[in-house]
Design a protein around this ligand. Sequence first.
Ligand code: PMV
Length: 350
Amino acid sequence: SKLTEGSVTWKTPSNIALVKYWGKQDPQTPKNTSISFTLDACFTLTTLDYKLKNRQSGETGFNFEIYFEGEKKDDFKPKINKFFERIAQYVPFLNEYDFVIKSRNSFPHSSGIASSASGMSALALCIVSIEKQLNPEMKDEYFNKKASFLARLGSGSACRSIEGELIVWGNHSIIEGSSNLFGVKFPYKIHKNFKNYHDTILLVDEGEKKVSSTVGHKLMHNHPFAKQRFSQANDNISKITETLQNGDLKQFIAIVESEALSLHAMMMTSNPYFILMKPNTLKIINKIWEFRAKTNSNICFTLDAGANVHILFPENEKESVNNFIINELIQFCQENHYICDRIGFGAKQL
Ligand code: PMV
C-alpha cells in the first residue's frame, strides 16, 4: 500500500556543545568526539507536507517549496536540495513525493544562534516519520538513530539534536555504542548536580556569522595544531564523562571553559585567521571569573563559533546567578537581548 499524502510536524531543540566538534572529513564525520547539552527553549518547529507525485509528470529531481516564518524562501532551496541529494540513497522515496516545508524558530532569526542544528534535525525527523509510515515495523531505537544519521548529513551538530539530555557524537573507546555516523545518549548515570542545568544565552552580536561552519571545519585541514586539538578533545571526553557522573562542578567548569577557548584558539591560529569574539564577549568572561572568585559560584561560560556567550549554571544557583546576569551582564548584550534556556529532553512529534 502506497502512502499518498499527509503531513508530519516535529519540534526539535538546539544544542550546546561542552566538548566541541571542529574539523571533519567526508562524509560529514567528525575528527574528534563531541558532547552536548540538548536545549529546550531554543527550538525549530517544522511541518512537512507530502504528496505522491503524479507519475506521468516524468520529473526526476526533488520537488519542494520552503516557507520560513510564514514567508516563501527560495534562497533556502539550494541548501535543502544538497541535503536531499546527500540523504537520497538512505531514503529512496524522497523523489517520489512533492513536499512543502514550513519551518519556524523560537529564537530570533539572525540572532547569531545556530539554527542549523535544530532546523536540520527537524527536517530529518519529518522524513524518517514518513519512512516509518511506509514501514510501520520500524523499531523506535532505529528511528532515532536513522534521524540522527540523516540530520548529521545536513549539519554535523544536528545529529546531537534528536534526544536529550546529553548526547555524544563520534567514536570513543569509553562511550559504549558511540559512532561517527550518529549521536547517542550519554550511556552513564548523570549526577544530580546537572539536573535542570541552565544555559542563559547572551546575544552579544546578533549579526550573521562571519565564518560559516563549513569554512570553519575546512580551516582544520593543514592546521598546525590540528593533531593536538583532536587528541585534546578526545581526552576531554574521557574527563567530562567522569565529571558528569561524579558531579565535580569545578572540574566541569575547567573542561567546558577550556574547550570554548580552545575552539576560538583554533580560529585565531588557522590560515586565514579569525577573531570571532567581540570586546563585550571578553568583558562578560572577565565578569564571570570575578563573580566566581568573589562568590564561589559554579557559573561558567561556553562559546560557539561566534561572539555570543552561553552561561551555564546549576539549578540551585538560579536566583543569585539570574540577579548577577541582569545587574551586570545584560548591559553587554546587543539591545539587552538574552535567552533563558536549560537542559532539555529532545525532539517531540506534534
Ligand atoms: O554543525 P556545524 O557544522 O554547524 O558545526 C558546529 C560547530 C560548533 O558549533 C562550533 C561546535 C559544536 O560542536 O557544536
